[in-house]
Design a protein around this ligand. Structure first.
Ligand code: UDP
Length: 253
């Protein structure tokens, strides 16, 4: 079998050329990084869980008409997605103060915000993904005003969807990050939710106990990351209640 062409290797995923033009295979690795890759580890099963969870969220978004890059899951670690041009922004939506916002503004973690707040960071690891304003985005041409309107609308729709889904299983969606890509259809471009939606890029707290069920477990050494992500997957019915994640890829054709 011909070796697939690797397009890009990131911290948590590797991208390969897909079987048809305009498609990409996203392979979810077990690598976990935090604090701009200063803290690193391999967490067995994390890639499998994020692949399943991201599929679940992207399919849910498709069902309510929120455009995204997901096409289909190929196996336990890989999914086929539409190739798109990623806008170099991390789009963060916050419902409760936490993390960098709490530090920056001196607001206690867990404080409910008066309304969802959307922030933009410029995607550049060397710079540590700095917070930027719409002025920077417009001046440097990273996105047009129309793009920004579409990005805001996508971000808020994802927030409503994810908050509701999580609330239904007793989890508070504190904040999350999405990435947005452009797909070209003839003369038109359309913006779609890209990358992944998983506990790696969300803050998820148990509503009753406040237990953290997201990457902060790794960032702050709060216990087993696999257990936390497995709990999210179990509550959502994404994996059988008794099984543990397979650590090796398994074909499910
Ligand atoms: N986030 C992310 N990737 C990043 C930065 C942030 O997925 O490079 C997510 C993070 O998991 C959280 C939200 O975006 O759900 C807000 O993160 P924050 O700005 O508070 O940064 P942190 O405290 O994680 O450095």
């Amino acid at each position: 079998m011909a070796r697939r062409k690797k397009i890009y290797e990131g911290k948590a995923k590797t991208l390969y050329e897909g079987p048809e033009p305009g498609t990409i295979v996203q392979y979810f690795k077990d690598d976990a990084t935090a604090f701009n890759a200063e803290k690193k580890d391999v967490i067995e099963g994390k890639g499998v869980l994020n692949n399943l969870l991201s599929e679940y969220f992207m399919l849910g978004l498709t069902n309510i008409g929120v455009p995204n890059h997901f096409l289909k899951r190929l196996n336990m670690r890989e999914q086929l997605v539409r190739s798109c041009e990623i806008i170099p922004l991390e789009v963060i939506v916050r419902n409760y103060a936490a993390g960098s916002m709490s530090k920056r503004l001196g607001i206690e973690e867990g404080t409910q915000l008066p309304r969802p707040i959307v922030e933009y960071c410029y995607k550049d690891d060397k710079l540590g993904d700095p917070l930027v304003t719409e002025e920077h985005i417009a001046a440097f041409g990273w996105a047009s005003q129309q793009d920004m309107d579409d990005i805001l609308s996508l971000a808020l729709r994802v927030n409503d969807f994810l908050s509701g889904v999580m609330y239904g299983v007793g989890i508070r969606l504190v904040d999350f990050k999405i990435e947005v890509g452009r797909v070209f259809e003839g003369d038109y471009q359309r913006l779609v939710v890209a990358d992944e939606i998983s506990p790696d890029s969300c803050r998820l707290w148990d509503i009753e106990t406040g237990q953290k069920l997201d990457k902060d477990v790794f960032r702050r050494d709060l216990g087993s990351l696999t257990d936390a992500y497995t709990e999210v997957a179990k509550r959502l019915g994404v994996m059988p209640k008794t099984s543990t994640p397979a650590s090796k890829p398994t074909l499910i054709n």
